[in-house]
Ligand binder design. Structure first.
Ligand SMILES: Cc1cc2nc3c(=O)[nH]c(=O)nc-3n(C[C@H](O)[C@H](O)[C@H](O)COP(=O)(O)OP(=O)(O)OC[C@H]3O[C@@H](n4cnc5c(N)ncnc54)[C@H](O)[C@@H]3O)c2cc1C
Length: 469
C-alpha cells in the first residue's frame, strides 16, 4: 500500500486534512506551500476515491454562480490559480469556450437573463449571439437552435491529473499522505487533536474536513453533531468514441433550471465527446450506478443537439455522486475553539474551485498574527501529459512498448505511474494516471499486460479470479 506518512520530530502536524478528493489535494498543497506541516489521511487506497473520480471536467468561470457567494469567489480564484500554475505543473487546458444554447422561445427569452448576472459576477466577456453566428461557429449543432450565450473562458481540463499534480506538489514539499486511513474519531484537548484512524493514531493541531460524500459523518465523529447533511446527487454520463470529437467545438450547455445545470454535450481533453450528467437524488453514498433508461435518454438528447452523433459508437458509461447537502451553498465554516474547519457540500463546481477553496480556508484559519512563513521557491515538478491536443509519450522516438493501443499508453508511462511516492494505489488509480483500459475496447486487449506489469504491486492483483482468496 502506498504510504508516505512519517511523524515529524515533534510528532504533531500543524494540520490534518481528512480526504483526498480534489478539494483535499488542493488543500494539502496550499497549506504546505504556506509553510505548515501537513498530513492528509484518506480512507481509500488512492486519491479520488469519492466524488472527484467522475465529473464533467469543466473549468468554470463562475458566470452563472450565485452572486456574492463564497462559491463564486472560490471559483474565480480557482480558475485564475489553475491558469497561473498549469504550466509549471504541466496541466492541460483545452480552450473550447462554452455556449448556453436556447432550444425553445422561452429559453431564447431567458438568455438575456444570463448575460447581465454573468457581467455582475465579473465575467465581462459573456455575450449573446444569434442563430446565424451560432450556426457558423457550430456547424454540427442542430438547426433547431435559436440562439446562445457565448462564455469565452469556460474551458476543459484533465480532472485526474490536476488533483494528482496538487497532492504531488504538496508531498514534494514535505506533506505526508496516509492511505487506507479512514478517520474513526478524535479527541481535542484544547490545543491539538488526537485522531484515531484505521491505520493508527495521528496528532494534529487543526483538522480540515474535506471528506466530501462523508463530510457530515466526519463532522459528527469529531464534534458529536453535524451542521450539514450530505444528500448525494448522482450524475450519469455517456462517452462517445474518439471519432466524434470533431463534431463538437465549444461546451454545449442548456439554459439551466433551478435544480441543475442540465445536460451538457462536451469534448474531453482525452479526445472523446461526453454527454451528461443526470441529476438524481439517492441515499447510497458509495455506489454511483448507471441504468439503461437514463443512458438511453442521454444519447437521445445528445443526438437532438448534435444530430451526427447518431452514427457514433459509445465507448463507455459512468456515473458520479455530487456531495450536495440540504442547502445549495458551500458549507465552509471554522469552529475556532475546536481548531476545526469544515469544507462541506462542494457539489457541482469543486474541480474548478478547489484551489480557491484552499486559499479561502487558509485565510479563514491562519489570519493576521497567526501566519506561518511560506515556502521559498517550492518544488514544482511537471505532470505527465494525457491530453490528446498536446504531445503524448507514444509520439516520442524512444517510446518503446505500447501497452494500451486504444489510448496509446506506453509501458514506461505505466511504470512511472506505479512509482512512489503517490504511485497508483489500485487499478482505478492506474487508469486515471495513464488512461490504460479507458479506450474503445475498455481494457479487453491490454488488461492481461497491465496485470503482468502490476503483479505484486497491490494487495488485490488485477488478475485475481472471482471467488479466489
Ligand atoms: C456528475 C458530476 C459532474 C461534475 N462536473 C464538474 C465540472 O464540470 N466542473 C467542476 O468544477 N466540478 C464538477 N463536479 C464537482 C466536483 O467533482 C466535486 O465538487 C468534487 O469532486 C468534490 O470533491 P471533494 O474533494 O469535496 O469530495 P470527494 O471527491 O468525495 O473527496 C472526499 C474524500 O474523502 C475521503 N473520505 C471520506 N470519509 C473519510 C474518512 N472518514 N477518513 C478519511 N477519508 C475519508 C473519500 O474517500 C474521498 O476520497 C462534478 C461532480 C459530479 C458528481
Amino acid at each position: 500500500m502506498a504510504e508516505t506518512l512519517d511523524r515529524t520530530a515533534r510528532g504533531v502536524f500543524d494540520v490534518c486534512v481528512v480526504g483526498g478528493g480534489v478539494v483535499g489535494c488542493a488543500m494539502a498543497r496550499r497549506l504546505t506551500l504556506e509553510g505548515l506541516r501537513v498530513a492528509l489521511i484518506e480512507s481509500g487506497s488512492d486519491i479520488l476515491a469519492g466524488a472527484s473520480k467522475a465529473n464533467s471536467a469543466i473549468l468554470h468561470t463562475g458566470f452563472d454562480a450565485p452572486p456574492d457567494s463564497v462559491e463564486l469567489d472560490c471559483m474565480r480564484n480557482g480558475h485564475a490559480e489553475y491558469l497561473s500554475i498549469r504550466e509549471g505543473l504541466n496541466l492541460p487546458l483545452l480552450e473550447t469556450s462554452a455556449l448556453v444554447v436556447a432550444w425553445t422561445d422561452d429559453e431564447a427569452v431567458a438568455l438575456d437573463g444570463i448575460v447581465a448576472p454573468a457581467h455582475r459576477n465579473g465575467v465581462a466577456d459573456v455575450r449573446r449571439i444569434d442563430a446565424d453566428e451560432l450556426r457558423s461557429r457550430e456547424p454540427h449543432l442542430s438547426h433547431r437552435a435559436l440562439g446562445a450565450v457565448l462564455v469565452p473562458r469556460e474551458h476543459l481540463i484533465d480532472p485526474w491529473s490536476a488533483p494528482l499534480g496538487y497532492i504531488r506538489q504538496a508531498v514534494d514539499n514535505g506533506a505526508q499522505v496516509l492511505f487506507g486511513a479512514r478517520l474513526l474519531d478524535g479527541v481535542f484537548d484544547g490545543r491539538s487533536w488526537r485522531l484515531r484512524t484505521a491505520r493508527g493514531e495521528i496528532e494534529a493541531t487543526t483538522v480540515v474536513n474535506c471528506a466530501g460524500l462523508f463530510g457530515d459523518d466526519v463532522e459528527r465523529a469529531l464534534l458529536g453533531d453535524s451542521e450539514f447533511q450530505i444528500k448525494p446527487r448522482k450524475g450519469q454520463f455517456v462517452v462517445f468514441d474518439k471519432a466524434s470529437v470533431d463534431l463538437v467545438g465549444p461546451i454545449l450547455l442548456p439554459v439551466p433550471s433551478a435544480l441543475t445545470k442540465g445536460i451538457v454535450v462536451t469534448r474531453t481533453v482525452f479526445g472523446n465527446v461526453l454527454v451528461g450528467p443526470t441529476a438524481e437524488e439517492q441515499d447510497d453514498r458509495l455506489h454511483p450506478t448507471v441504468d439503461r433508461a437514463s443512458l438511453g435518454r442521454l444519447i437521445d438528447r445528445a443526438v437532438e443537439i448534435v444530430p451526427a452523433l447518431r452514427d457514433m459508437p459509445v465507448t463507455a458509461v459512468y456515473a458520479g455522486l455530487r456531495p450536495a447537502t440540504e442547502r445549495k451553498e458551500y458549507r465552509i465554516r471554522r469552529v475556532a475553539d475546536r481548531n476545526y474547519i469544515a469544507v462541506g457540500g462542494i457539489r457541482s463546481t469543486g474541480l474548478t474551485s478547489a484551489l480557491g477553496i484552499a486559499r479561502h480556508v487558509f485565510d479563514l484559519g491562519w489570519g493576521e498574527g497567526n501566519r506561518p512563513v511560506p515556502l521559498v521557491d517550492p518544488v514544482c515538478r511537471p505532470m505527465p501529459n494525457l491530453a490528446e491536443h498536446l504531445p503524448r509519450d507514444w509520439e516520442s522516438a524512444d517510446a518503446g512498448e505500447i501497452v494500451c493501443h486504444c489510448e496509446r499508453v506506453t509501458r514506461r508511462e505505466i511504470e512511472a505511474a506505479l512509482a512512489q511516492p503517490l504511485g497508483a494505489g489500485n487499478a482505478g488509480g492506474l487508469k486515471r494516471r495513464t488512461r490504460a483500459g479507458m479506450g474503445r475496447c475498455q481494457g479487453f486487449h491490454c488488461s492481461a499486460r497491465v496485470a503482468e506489469l502490476t503483479l505484486g504491486v497491490w494487495e488485490v492483483p488485477i488478475a485475481k479470479k472471482r471467488g479466489e482468496a
